[in-house]
Design a protein around this ligand. Structure first.
Ligand SMILES: N[C@@H](CCC(=O)NCCCC(=O)O)C(=O)O
Length: 267
């Protein structure tokens, strides 16, 4: 039996309905890259009670079911009220029903030593959940590059290699890559402004933008990455290595959760 990895859903309107879901590339990377069973975790229910925040009990119930948490990217942004800011440009897309679940879930996973991996919006959520802040428009910051994709290009070009990152010497990513720099893709308008206390930078772009971090003092595997390692992960050694490490940590967590009895190697 594979370890179970909870994948946080986006909550968005579609054809008059509210949909909780996630892009397939993330589910595939968890299933094939991490060799885990992906299970979608919905956001809070928007149609019934727009103000419903998850009770502690809901978060605890999720941890009864999963061996890891994956936070995918999304076109939506973390609500600036969560880092003490006002909306700079109100039309920027938000997803308060995802924030309601993801932010307490991040803190819960790190406290409990449950493996956790955040990508793009997930990276930004991890920083905010732990007390950091974001630039709402990174591309307006002096000296920063525009890290957004060119949406007039085809999807392969949008997710193609965009810039180098310097991997922190002695860091987990540098160890997996066996290299000091890596070429990555880039599809984000926001970025880390203040890094939350206790986080260690794992990678940085040439303009100084933080591209990856870890919580070194948290008990379990954790990683947050601003680029998109889920995209064609099997074609990139670092991306493959990250999902493999995440899956291995989830497997150990599953053994703990089941008392070591139920897990067999996945062939
Ligand atoms: N909205 C935030 C986060 C960017 C992000 O997660 N982009 C991915 C979008 C699509 C995908 O899931 O591949 C920002 O703009 O910084």
């Amino acid at each position: 039996m594979r370890p179970v990895i909870g994948v946080i859903s986006d909550v968005k309107a579609s054809n008059g309905h509210v949909v909780h879901g996630v892009t397939e590339k993330y589910i595939y990377a968890v299933a094939r890259g991490a060799q885990a069973m992906p299970v979608l975790i919905p956001g809070t229910i928007s149609a019934v009670d727009a103000d419903m925040a998850p009770e502690r009990a809901v978060i605890d119930e999720i941890f009864d079911l999963v061996d890891g948490i994956f936070l995918p990217g999304s076109p939506s942004n973390v609500g600036p009220q969560h880092y003490g800011d006002a909306p700079y440009d109100p039309p920027l897309p938000a997803d308060p029903h995802r924030d309601d679940i993801s932010l307490p879930l991040i803190r819960g996973a790190l406290e409990r030593g449950v493996p956790i991996f955040g990508v793009c919006r997930g990276f930004q959520e991890m920083n905010v959940a732990l007390g950091g802040t974001l630039f709402q428009k990174l591309y307006e910051q002096p000296g920063r590059f525009d890290h957004r994709e060119d949406s007039t290009q085809d999807i392969e070009t949008q997710y193609g290699p965009a810039h180098d990152v310097a991997l922190e010497p002695g860091g987990l990513l540098a160890g997996i890559a066996g290299a000091s720099t890596w070429r990555v893709n880039s599809l984000h308008g926001q970025g880390v402004a203040k890094l939350a206390p206790g986080l260690a930078v794992e990678a940085r772009a040439e303009d100084g933008t933080i591209e990856a971090f870890r919580v070194p003092d948290a008990p379990g595997f954790n990683m947050a990455i601003q680029w998109h390692p889920e995209w064609r992960f099997w074609q990139d050694r670092l991306s493959t290595g990250i999902f493999t490490a995440f899956g291995a940590a989830a497997r150990l967590a599953a053994e703990r959760r089941h008392g070591g009895a139920r897990l067999k190697a996945v062939g």
